[in-house]
Design a binder for this molecule. Structure first.
Ligand code: SF4
Length: 117
């Protein structure tokens, strides 16, 4: 009974976006990113697709000046400097080294994280 109620109130097949739909194309700090809807994990497939942001921890990317790209929601690294103490939930957007770009993508200005030539 309860599952039928959920099914009627929240039809699982009528999502606003489909996996692969374009969210937007942004250019920031000299690089262009094509952001699309999708899923971060298989267990998310019963929900509306999310905007998928690049995983710069798995696949680092740098500006021409050697600063690493980061996202606002990326786990803070050991070089984090912020008002609050770093916890497992702390993200780059809370760090003084985070510099905003477009949407949720920015760069890290920490000298320790800069790519050496
Ligand atoms: S902005 Fe840079 S220094 Fe700060 S937590 Fe993110 S990666 Fe680390």
């Amino acid at each position: 009974m309860f599952s039928k109620l959920i099914q009627n109130d929240f039809p699982l097949t009528q999502f606003t976006h489909k996996e692969g739909d374009l969210y937007k194309i942004i250019t920031t700090y000299g690089k262009t990113f094509e952001l699309r809807y999708g899923y971060y994990g298989e267990c998310d497939r019963k929900y509306e697709p999310n905007v998928i942001y690049p995983d710069f921890i798995k696949q680092p990317l740098y500006t021409d000046n050697g600063e690493p790209f980061v996202t606002m929601v990326q786990d803070a690294c050991k070089s984090y400097r912020g008002e609050a103490k770093r916890t497992p939930d702390t993200t780059c957007c809370e760090c003084k080294y985070f510099q905003c770009g477009e949407d949720w993508i920015g760069i890290c200005t920490c000298p320790k994280n800069k790519k050496n030539e």
